[in-house]
Design a protein around this ligand. Structure first.
Ligand code: NAP
Length: 250
């Protein structure tokens, strides 16, 4: 087992966007970061020598088990789990949406988050103080036309965070949900299946959040004293009043 005095932070979806920015920020704040994603080469580039990059598909039980086994062998515990891997697929109405988008969103945002959480809990229990940070969204308590598949799964993330708080009450494990509004990452490129013009339009005429803005919130939550549980942080661009009411200067 590797000996390290630094706390261990596990970040899913560390190859891009919020996960990559959080991995970098946590490394700067003294954490040994284990980053996972399917594009492991990108995680290696993100982490450099400041952490460990491992291949991870959160939707596959075997991949999750392999990833967590490796962390167990190397460190024997996890201080912070950032359940970040996720995203949206499509923007079709309930009448027109396709099955694969719905099941794809459920698998990564809900099933994957639960698989990771269950697999990491024994290691979080080995830490002096554990912390689970779930990346939700304002879509976890707001709705918009064409968003049913995504709002449903982010509402579910909120439900899981709240359930975990009940189930872990009495243990030194904190649960935080970070709920961002518009953040310019690869999120919209994935949602619009590689259509970069459609993705760009989402952020046109306003200053969206950056992945680093959200990483700041994560660092704030995890660096509070261990008795302080930041329940939830909602963070949006000033120009965004709701998921669909956004002021754009053209
Ligand atoms: P992003 O740039 O597209 O990053 C998504 C990350 O998730 C990538 O690293 C991707 O890695 C990973 N991922 C996707 N499927 C995965 C799987 N099956 N197994 C492991 N990793 C997987 O988007 P982002 O904006 O940073 O999104 C991060 C989180 O923030 C998501 O949960 C998203 O729903 C949430 N969020 C985003 C916004 C926004 O406006 N951007 C707003 C609110 C909430 P690989 O493809 O390499 O596997």
């Amino acid at each position: 087992m590797a000996v390290t005095n630094r706390p261990i932070a596990v970040v899913t979806g560390a190859s891009s966007g919020i996960g990559a920015a959080s991995a970098r920020a946590l490394a700067k704040h003294g954490y040994t970061v284990v980053g996972g994603a399917r594009r492991v080469d990108r995680v290696k580039t993100v982490l450099g020598t400041s952490g460990l990059a491992l291949e991870l598909d959160v939707t596959e039980r075997e991949s999750v088990d392999r990833f967590v086994d490796e962390i167990n062998k190397r460190y024997g515990h996890v201080d912070v789990l950032i359940n970040n891997a996720g995203g949206a697929l499509g923007l079709a109405s309930v009448a027109d949406a396709n099955d694969d988008d719905w099941t794809g969103m459920w698998k990564v945002n809900v099933f994957g988050l639960m698989l990771m959480t269950r697999a990491c809990l024994p290691l979080l229990r080995q830490a002096e103080h554990g912390h689970i940070v779930n990346i939700g969204s304002i879509a976890g308590f707001e709705t918009y036309k064409g968003g049913a598949g995504y709002t449903a799964v982010k509402h579910a993330v909120r439900a899981i965070s709240r359930t975990l708080r009940l189930e872990l009450n009495g243990e030194p494990i904190r649960v935080t949900e970070i709920a961002p509004g518009l953040v310019e990452t690869e999120f919209s490129i994935v949602r619009f299946k590689g259509d970069r013009d459609a993705a760009k339009a989402v952020y046109t005429g306003l200053k969206p959040l950056t992945a680093e803005d959200v990483a700041d919130c994560i660092v704030f939550a995890v660096t509070r004293p261990p008795h302080v549980d930041i329940d939830e942080i909602v963070v949006r661009p000033v120009a965004q009043a709701t998921t669909f009411q956004v002021s754009r200067k053209t």
